[in-house]
Design a protein around this ligand. Structure first.
Ligand SMILES: Cc1cc2nc3c(=O)[nH]c(=O)nc-3n(C[C@H](O)[C@H](O)[C@H](O)COP(=O)(O)OP(=O)(O)OC[C@H]3O[C@@H](n4cnc5c(N)ncnc54)[C@H](O)[C@@H]3O)c2cc1C
Length: 512
């Protein structure tokens, strides 16, 4: 297991800090360590603990908590909805008081003309989708495979992914309202000007762009942000392709790259999955049919591509071009018109996230619970690795070989997938699922995770998003990157109290 940084506050300091916070947000919104046991659950073994939980009810109260954390030197970790399952759930990297932002759940405005929305951190995907539907908006927030009650803003800040051309959430995020532990508050976009007529439509004022400093960093806490929405495309449908064993990936991926380059298929609209991920998305091991769990079936790849267009003729032409190109490199090709079976607002193509994919966290559990799934509560073992790969068939075949070898060596269930995020790069989605109640399974799975991380790093497939165990290892870089980032952090959070351990510190720099 990898080390983590940061210092726990002594009891007296934490008590004084919590007393001061009670004065600002009210006694009812401060939970002690004893009342925060459920905040210590996550889907893999991890030592970082929630020391207490603060639940501010407004941006002003959240800013006051940050400022007090800075003044008292108490570690504080922001969480918007805490559904980062497989990445660290709502547990801090190092021991910290949790700043739970879920009560900040207002949609501050929706620009229906230009398609953008300003949201607070507690706004969920389900809530935003319902609000857009209620207004019959011609726009949607891109759907994703994660939980619908996750935070839209946190997902964007964490550089999460949705489907379609607007699926790069951080790329669609701007004009952040940021609070610092110094007590300062700033807007990163045009919202900082008195007359802010273009703040809702354009994210890049003249001068340095500093949004990136608040993504995957906890250098500041984001109190709201502006998100670009995706236009609804009236003509959209899926193409599904059976590809076969990993040896067939190179030819398929070469054809797919051409389709993405030529804008027949948009980036974030081409997903490839191995058989393990396909079967685990719909059922658990005990209930899966034997023919779906043979080594051959688990290792067979398939793809789901989306064709979208505003005009029917364009949609038909794109579909025909794609099918003609894909047939020679697929075992079979199928078409699926979502409008035929599903009401529009229930289709992922129009922003509906159904959370069905969460079934894959339960693969090794004895049963799937009825009602809402909660992998923390149900002691699912689950962890993500998110490597970036070149958009090349050989690279994806290599990822498949590495994951297959690690699954065999550690006797753990590994699922693999990839998504075209540009004409040049694929994001890999690799996850391990096990039952945390099975003796020895935690240890075996985490050793498998570490082996995968080491193999990906050796290949040069570094991560674009890290689960807690991957963060410390990420500190080993060339040049002065670590030292410079550390100076930036100290400028924004001089007491080094916010999100301790969230960004790896340079080697030998252990204070704070
Ligand atoms: C089966 C499965 C499928 C998934 N599919 C997807 C997918 O398709 N796409 C995807 O992107 N993810 C996916 N996920 C991952 C994850 O569930 C989501 O990314 C989810 O959105 C994260 O939870 P959250 O939004 O509640 O964020 P939180 O847990 O609240 O926060 C996430 C991170 O951002 C930081 N943070 C939160 N709020 C703030 C703030 N206001 N200011 C500063 N920092 C902040 C937190 O400290 C934390 O590090 C999937 C997970 C599972 C288990």
């Amino acid at each position: 297991m990898t080390e983590h940084h940061g210092a726990a506050p002594d009891d007296a300091r934490a008590r004084d800090f919590l007393d001061a916070c009670m004065g600002v947000i009210g006694r009812d919104h401060v939970r002690s360590a004893a009342q925060s046991a459920d905040w210590r659950r996550l889907t893999f073994p991890w030592p970082g603990r929630a020391l207490a939980v603060l639940r501010p009810g407004s941006a002003e109260e959240a800013l006051a908590c940050l400022s007090l954390a800075g003044a008292f030197g108490c570690p504080l970790h922001p969480v918007s909805r805490g559904r980062a399952w497989g990445l660290g759930s709502r547990a801090p990297v190092s021991d910290a008081v949790m700043l739970d932002l879920s009560r900040l759940d207002r949609i501050l405005d929706i620009d229906l003309l230009h398609g953008s929305v300003r949201v607070e951190p507690g706004v969920t995907f389900r809530q935003l989708h319902a609000a857009l539907r209620a207004r019959e908006a011609g726009w949607h927030v891109p759907a994703f495979g994660g939980p619908p009650d996750a935070s839209v803003l946190a997902n964007a800040l964490d550089r999460g992914e949705g489907t379609g051309l607007f699926g790069d959430r951080f790329g669609q995020l701007w004009d952040l309202d940021v609070a610092l532990t110094t007590g300062e508050r700033l807007r990163t976009g045009f919202g900082r000007f008195e007359a802010d007529r273009v703040a809702a439509i354009h994210g890049r004022p003249a001068g340095p762009l500093i949004e990136g400093l608040f993504s995957q960093s906890s250098f500041g806490c984001v109190l709201s942000g502006r998100l670009g929405l995706a236009p609804n495309t009236p003509h959209a449908g899926y193409i599904t392709c059976e590809i076969g064993p990993p040896e067939r990936l190179p030819a398929f991926v070469e054809v797919l790259r051409g389709l993405v380059r030529d804008q027949v298929i948009d980036s974030h609209d081409a997903f490839l999955w191995d058989g393990a991920k396909q079967v685990a998305s719909v059922t658990i091991a005990r209930e899966a049919p034997p023919e779906a769990t043979s080594p051959q079936a688990l290792g067979a790849w398939a793809a789901t591509l989306t064709v979208r267009a505003a005009h029917e003729m364009l949609s038909d032409a794109k579909r025909a071009i794609a099918i003609q190109a894909l047939l020679p490199v697929s075992d079979s090709v199928g078409l699926d018109d979502p409008d035929a079976a599903t009401p529009r607002h229930h289709s992922g193509l129009y922003g509906h996230s159904d959370g069905a994919n969460l079934t894959s966290c339960y693969w090794a559990k004895p049963s799937l619970p009825a009602g809402a799934l909660d992998p923390d509560r149900d002691r699912c073992g689950f962890v993500w690795l998110c490597p970036v790969l070149p958009f090349e068939g050989g690279a994806l075949q290599r990822l498949a070989a590495i994951t297959g070898e690690v699954a065999d060596r550690f006797g753990t269930f590994v699922m693999s997938g990839a998504e075209a995020v540009s004409v040049r790069a694929l994001f890999g989605y690799v996850s391990l699922a096990w039952d945390r109640d099975e003796p020895g399974a935690d240890e075996r799975a985490m050793r498998g995770r570490d082996a995968l991380a080491a193999a990906f790093a050796a290949e040069g497939f570094h991560g674009y998003r890290l689960a807690h165990p991957g963060i410390a290892a990420h500190g080993h870089t060339r040049g002065d990157w670590g030292a410079v980032v550390e100076r930036l952090r100290r400028a924004l959070d001089p007491g080094l109290v916010l999100g301790p351990g969230r960004v790896a510190r340079p080697e030998g720099d252990a204070d704070g």
